[in-house]
Design a protein around this ligand. Structure first.
Ligand code: NAI
Length: 249
């Protein structure tokens, strides 16, 4: 994708301060977009915004809070005048490894509230601003766990399957507004989310991907940028795997 491809476009990246979201924020700025880095970790968002310069600003954002989502979009429109692109990336890892029948409702809710409610509330705040801008592109971050399952990960798996379904439904509802809505399904990605895994666990995770390794965040950001750009103008309701072949066997 050529530099300047997103010139004049305004984006928000939720969970944009770290990991895949930070790689995406960097990529969108490098392609000419202005970016709101929305994250509940405001310090990390501000540090990244300072590194990226005038076309980046940090906003305090908790995607589980409806008003917080509205306020973050207000930052985009106040600072940059419009909203064209939204990357709904904020998410929590599966930490409670109980089997489904023994998972506490509190664990289930805390994960669903960020990974699925958070995408819904983000889109609800973003879509009116995109309609005002004459259309837009939304990229929701699911996972390979939106297609397959892993043992002892029922809340995470359900939340990511939910993101895929929500993406398709919203794509249907808002095609008439000129808003494209797509999801991506990354395999495992080298981010702080995997920080608690041992070297042995990481080697086993590598081996689940036919390409023999996990992804670099930049490899995911490249697909996000494609879906954000006019290069994907006829793509909506799609679920792009970025998984090194994880789901083909
Ligand atoms: P990460 O843990 O490195 O970064 C997540 C970011 O989201 C952090 O900056 C955090 O402060 C922010 N965040 C968390 N809860 C939030 C909330 N309620 N409101 C606003 N911001 C919040 O995670 P990573 O690995 O970059 O993951 C990003 C997305 O990619 C997640 O949706 C995750 O489920 C998905 N994913 C990650 C994979 C991986 O192997 N790392 C694989 C497949 C999907």
């Amino acid at each position: 994708m050529s530099e300047g491809n997103l010139a004049g476009r305004v984006a928000i990246v939720t969970g944009g301060a770290q990991g895949i979201g930070a790689a995406c924020s960097r990529k969108l700025v490098s392609l000419g977009a202005s970016v709101v880095i929305g994250d509940r970790n405001l310090d990390a968002g501000e540090a990244l915004a300072a590194e990226l310069g005038d076309r980046a600003v940090a906003a305090a954002l908790d995607v589980t809070d409806e008003q917080s989502c509205v306020d973050a979009i207000a930052v985009a429109t106040a600072r940059f005048g419009r909203l064209d692109i939204a990357v709904n990336n904020a998410g929590l890892a599966n930490v409670d490894r109980s089997r489904a029948g023994f998972l506490s409702f509190a664990s289930w809710r805390s994960l669903m509230s960020v990974n699925l409610d958070g995408v819904f509330l983000s889109m609800k705040a973003e879509i009116p601003a995109m309609i005002a801008a004459g259309g837009g592109s939304i990229i929701n971050v699911a996972s390979v766990m939106g297609t397959v399952a892993v043992a002892c990960g029922s809340a995470y798996v359900a939340s990511k399957h939910g993101v895929v379904g929500l993406t398709k439904a919203a794509a249907l509802d808002h095609a008439e507004d000129g808003i494209r809505v797509n999801a991506i399904g990354p395999g495992y990605v080298k981010t702080p989310m995997l920080a608690t895994r041992t070297p042995e666990q990481l080697a086993e995770i590598d081996s689940r991907h036919p390409l023999g390794r996990i992804a670099d965040p930049d490899e995911v950001a490249a697909v996000m940028a494609f879906l954000a750009s006019p290069d994907s103008s006829f793509v909506t309701g799609a679920y792009y795997m970025v998984d090194g072949g994880y789901t083909i066997r």
